[in-house]
Design a protein around this ligand. Sequence first.
Ligand code: AKG
Ligand code: FE2
Length: 261
Amino acid sequence: MPPDALALIRRAKAEKAKQSTADVTPPPPLPCPAFAKTPPLPPPLPSPPLVPSIYVIPDFVSQEDEELLLAHIAAAPPERWTGGRPGRRTANWGGLPGKVGVVEPLPAWISALVDALVRSGAWPVDVVGGPPNHCLINEYEAGAGLTPHTDGVMYAPHVCTLSLGSDVVLDLHLPSAAKDADASAQPHASLLLRRRSLNVYAGPAYSELFHGIAPRAEDVVREGIVNLTQDDERGEVIPRRRRWSIVFVHKLGASYGGAAA
Ligand SMILES: O=C(O)CCC(=O)C(=O)O
Ligand SMILES: [Fe+2]
């Protein structure tokens, strides 16, 4: 081989090595959202029967913080995500839902949100028995639904859910109706979850009601939605967009890296 061909090969190899080092250099970490103005927990919603202990806090996070949260979600490694259901995929932090021992602490950007939940009163650590130790993120394609379900006995009966990216109507079903219901069944009551709002449900609302999302391209602001305010225009049609929900729970008997207590 002529000497200049050898030199060319060496240079190409060196370039390739440089390139692969560049590929594995991680991008600079995204800043944590500030959550500077999270509003306090309002009184529970005035309830029809069997919908006590439900709160919806509008504008829980600012637009800037929503953008940062979505950037963090977009930066999550693909292996975090599990799919399978049409139109929805989920990612978990703090160990897998079925594993009682929490095998990882929450990352800084999620911990910052946990601190905001505790500060605002939405997560009463003493009542729940500890801070949130598991975080689940759902990503819904526009119009996708969620079968009515309860979150189960593995968690303390207190959940906070932050809605991002789109407004959606969440339906609440009585257990008797929910047993055979699909997501499109007539609900007992509904909540309008605006983007950036926080939804809290606890106690009987956690244990006794099923919650689900009907698959549909748009929601209509209507009676039967129990958290409407004077500002919500009755009859307004709200097209669904891609939506993310960040769900915080406290897995019972869990400890970082340890076995079940
Ligand atoms: O997306 C939502 O608001 C509800 C999510 C939910 O119920 C769940 O992940 O268990
Ligand atoms: Fe749920």
